[in-house]
Design a binder for this molecule. Structure first.
Ligand SMILES: *[C@@H]1O[C@H](CO)[C@@H](O)[C@H](O)[C@H]1NC(C)=O
Ligand SMILES: CC(=O)N[C@H]1CO[C@H](CO)[C@@H](O)[C@@H]1O
Length: 437
């Protein structure tokens, strides 16, 4: 059938080329079969998940009449959590890099003051441009004074954290208490800072740290105590112009995360003769209004509202059950996702007939390289809330629907074989999150 159409098309084109040129006559090429009719329509086979994510049933790698049962032992819990891997949709093809990393698979560094676990290219190679750390500090505990070569962006998950910082002009960062879940902080690359949990919450605090470099390693940051432990005492004494006895108690190795007394309420840093940092290092995302959408809501933050955060920007997205973050891509920005609550699935389209689907739940990380087409669909019965972050200074995307709505209809029809009703239905406004259908 296909070859017949191809032949037919060839004959028509040859005729058109051979015919004498005439602008007044309809060109015979116009009667050529549209290309979409010469190619088999997209597969209508089973395209939904073979079972719901997190089912407790015995699952098998079977979809319709493809696949077969598994006859040896397998990790059933993981199979149940990942229906779109274990029995992938028929629309998946080839192999993209893995685009899911559960923090549960990160090796957790336990300290007397709390813990920290990280995701970077060591464990999640696709994420070349963004790494992350989840950290818990007990009430009063300190993540010691330090700096690092990448910038640090943070999202408060729970509790109150006091942050301190000083910039290269000796200006001090003042409004330092990050109280609310959903608020942000940001420290530019190389700028020193500290974090300390207060006892506002008896559990202290927990937060998500995101770095603008996929190879970032939490164990390779520059720590105050690690440095002083590696400087001759007389050099320390000369530097501070004081007797070396002042350093009798400096630690012999780094402290990293350690217990301490909770800071008093509203403790302020020492006043600086140079004043305060010009662009504050915190942003109250919790107080920013969410833009309501047909399938949920979105809060976008970038340098237009949070000036200091020049390398990590993004959106807090809420997708109601059955709804979906629409098909889109980001022209040049890699996307890093963190699921806060609920569950969802995402297919990343890598061009060259390559697309894989991944299932996510709270605590999982997703990643989408620049320009890869994708969506995020809520597959659960509760709202899916997640962070979509980009290593960029602006939030930018191309919506598939908006693109097609703003393209000449004949061109769209020639590609997809859609009718006028579809063309009229296209919305020229970016939807972000579409409702269930
Ligand atoms: C297009 O989308 C906007 C925003 O969601 C909505 O307000 C509007 O009603 C839609 N227009 C049509 C014609 O559906
Ligand atoms: C076999 C199957 O479930 N096919 C479905 C693929 O998706 C479309 C659109 O949701 C459904 O209409 C089909 O029933």
């Amino acid at each position: 059938m296909v070859s017949f159409h191809r032949l037919f098309l060839f004959v028509l084109i040859s005729t058109a080329v051979a015919a004498p040129a005439s602008n007044s006559q309809p060109n015979s090429v116009y009667s050529a079969l549209p290309e979409w009719q010469t190619v088999a329509p997209a597969n209508e086979d089973i395209n939904n998940s073979a079972w719901s994510q997190d089912t407790t049933e015995q699952v098998e790698p079977i979809r319709g009449n493809t696949g077969a049962s598994m006859i040896t032992q397998d990790d059933l819990a993981l199979d149940q959590q990942n229906p779109d891997l274990y029995a992938r949709p028929s629309t998946d093809e080839g192999y993209t890099p893995g685009a899911k990393w559960p923090f549960s698979l990160s090796s957790n560094r336990l300290q007397t003051g709390g813990w920290a676990r990280q995701q970077n290219t060591n464990v999640f190679p696709i994420a070349t441009d963004i790494a992350s750390v989840q950290m818990r500090l007990k009430a009063g505990a300190i993540r010691e004074l330090h700096w690092h070569t990448s910038a640090e962006w943070a999202y408060v998950l729970k509790g109150t954290t006091v942050v301190t910082s000083v910039n290269t002009d000796g200006q001090v960062f003042s409004s330092a208490v990050i109280k609310k879940e959903g608020d942000l902080w940001y420290f530019p690359a190389g700028i020193p800072h500290s974090l300390q949990a207060t006892d506002d919450d008896p559990d202290g605090s927990e937060f998500l740290l995101v770095f603008d470099d996929g190879a970032f390693n939490e164990d390779s940051t520059f720590l105050l105590t690690d440095w002083t432990a590696h400087i001759p005492k007389e050099v320390l004494a000369k530097n501070f112009q004081i007797n070396s006895g002042a350093f009798d108690h400096i630690p012999s190795k780094e402290l990293y995360i350690f217990p301490s007394t909770p800071p008093p309420d509203d403790e302020q840093p020492p006043g600086s003769p140079n004043g305060f940092v010009p662009n504050t290092f915190t942003y109250k995302l919790s107080e920013a209004p969410a833009k309501p959408l047909s399938g949920g809501s979105i809060k976008i933050f970038d340098t237009r509202v949070f000036k200091a955060a020049t390398t990590i920007v993004g959106a807090l997205v809420t997708v109601e059950p059955g709804a979906m973050r629409e098909l889109h891509w980001h022209p040049t920005m890699p996307e890093w996702d963190y699921i806060l609550t609920g569950q969802g699935r995402m297919t990343i389209f890598a061009a060259s007939a390559t697309a894989n689907t991944f299932d996510y739940r709270a605590g999982d990380i997703g990643y989408v390289p620049p320009s890869y087409g994708h969506y995020m669909e809520n597959t659960g019965n509760t709202p899916l809330v997640y962070l979509e972050l980009y290593n960029s200074d602006k939030v930018q995307d191309i919506s598939l629907q908006q693109w097609l709505a703003l393209t000449p209809p004949a061109l769209v029809k020639a590609h997809l074989g859609v009718d006028n009703a579809f063309i009229e239905h296209l919305n020229k406004t970016k939807q972000y999150v579409v409702g269930s259908h």
